[in-house]
Design a protein. Structure first.
Ligand SMILES: [Zn+2]
Length: 147
């Protein structure tokens, strides 16, 4: 995606890794346009969002695994009410919960790019799109578009 072409209006808070560093590798990867999901080094179970402990085997041995960026829509909603002042001119928009089949079906939240009034189908195939934001503290959001 071209820098400066953002799905939501400017003025929203920028995402950031937790102060303890959890999630830093994810955000560094999105800047390289790579999608990482946390995976346990002990039992290979994927999980999302990032945690210090594996929810499956309780090991404190979490790593990161690069995934394809292909997913499918598990659920979605179309907000019409601006929950933040920056969204006053930005509604409606589409929020999708995307399931990643090549990462143990973990689910990530993002926006579905394109017409905010488009029909949305549960199970539709989507691919990750990396939305670069410039500024004093640049970051890259993971958005989704229909495959
Ligand atoms: Zn584990």
């Amino acid at each position: 995606m071209t820098t400066g072409a953002y799905y939501l209006p400017p003025g929203l808070p920028a995402p950031a890794p937790n102060p303890d560093g959890l999630g830093a590798e994810f955000w560094e990867a999105t800047a390289r346009h790579e999608l990482l999901v946390q995976r346990c080094n002990a039992c290979q179970t994927f999980q999302w969002g990032p945690e210090f402990i594996c929810h499956d085997c309780l090991a404190f041995d979490m790593g990161w695994h690069r995934v394809s960026g292909r997913g499918r829509i598990y659920s979605w909603e179309r907000p019409w009410y601006p929950v933040h002042p920056a969204l006053r001119e930005g509604v409606p928009y589409i929020v999708v919960l995307v399931e990643l089949p090549d990462a143990g079906n973990v689910r990530m939240v993002g926006n579905l790019l394109g017409d905010p009034k488009q029909e949305v189908s549960i199970g539709a195939d989507v691919v990750a799109v990396f939305e670069d934001h410039d500024g004093a503290e640049p970051y890259t959001l993971v958005q989704w578009r229909l495959a």
